[in-house]
Design a protein around this ligand. Structure first.
Ligand code: 4EH
Length: 230
């Protein structure tokens, strides 16, 4: 089995690479891909760069070029749900693009013809995630994640996204990765640790907690890999 582990920023994959120690670096499509064997399975690790376009390219490359059969995303997110605090983990049940807007033609936010407002994550990987949470004695919430090409740092936009998509957290890559994996029939799992509350203090909170929250998420995802291996 070959598993893709992706993040958007270097900080999001650094803790994973650290854990592996040895890996081979390949340059492809203006990005670096790190290949390793871990407990007998092949891993391909990469950070895509920020946003929906780069994450689409990276997810597609990991599947179509490197032949990954499952994809795990690890990273940080802004909280919408008041129950999510900095450092908390959220597993995406389904994802939507909050900035996809052809409502002028009577369509709902997040929808384009022949697409869908939400893409659901793989149920088996979510179950496995819940198992890992139990074993690690961690409270992990499940919820809706909304994705868009903007760093949200205001209450009004955050509330719009929360009420329109019933979203619990927001970020900039999950839904695009979901669209790719869904289209190519690759089971995927999106995990995020909260770095901020997408409010007026978001950029400061983000800078302060990016690293620690990224480690929280990465450690959890590596436990998932451990489970997938045995
Ligand atoms: O990859 C982008 C990063 C922020 S942009 C999306 N990631 C972090 C998740 C995230 C997020 N997304 C939208 C955490 N909080 C978010 C929020 N809104 N409030 C970035 C950050 N630092 C340097 C460069 N770009």
């Amino acid at each position: 089995m070959k598993i893709a582990i992706m993040g958007a920023m270097p900080e999001e994959v650094a803790p994973i690479l650290e854990k592996l120690g040895e890996y081979k670096t390949t340059q492809y499509a203006n990005n670096k891909y790190y290949e390793a064997t871990y407990k007998g399975v092949d891993l391909v690790i990469a950070y895509s760069k920020i946003g929906k376009v780069f994450s689409t390219l990276t997810a597609t490359t990991m599947i179509e070029h490197f032949g990954c059969e499952k994809l795990l995303f690890s990273g940080v997110a802004g909280a919408i749900s008041p129950s999510l605090k900095v450092g908390d983990l959220i597993i995406a049940t389904k994802l939507s693009q909050h900035d996809l807007d052809i409502t002028a033609f009577g369509h709902p936010f997040g929808y384009v013809p022949e697409g869908a407002v939400f893409v659901e994550a793989d149920k088996d990987l979510i179950s496995l995630g819940k198992k890992v949470a139990l074993e690690m004695n961690k409270v992990v919430q499940e919820g809706v994640i909304a994705t868009g090409d903007q760093f949200v740092a205001n209450e009004e936009r955050k509330n719009f996204i929360g009420s329109t998509f019933n979203a619990d957290a927001l970020e900039m890559e999950g839904a695009s990765v979901a669209v790719v994996c869904d289209a190519l029939s690759v089971p995927f799992f999106i995990l995020r640790a909260i770095s901020d509350a997408a409010d007026m203090d978001a950029s400061f909170s983000f800078d302060e907690f990016l690293e620690t929250s990224a480690v929280e998420s990465a450690e959890f995802v590596m436990k998932m890999v451990d489970k997938l291996v045995d």
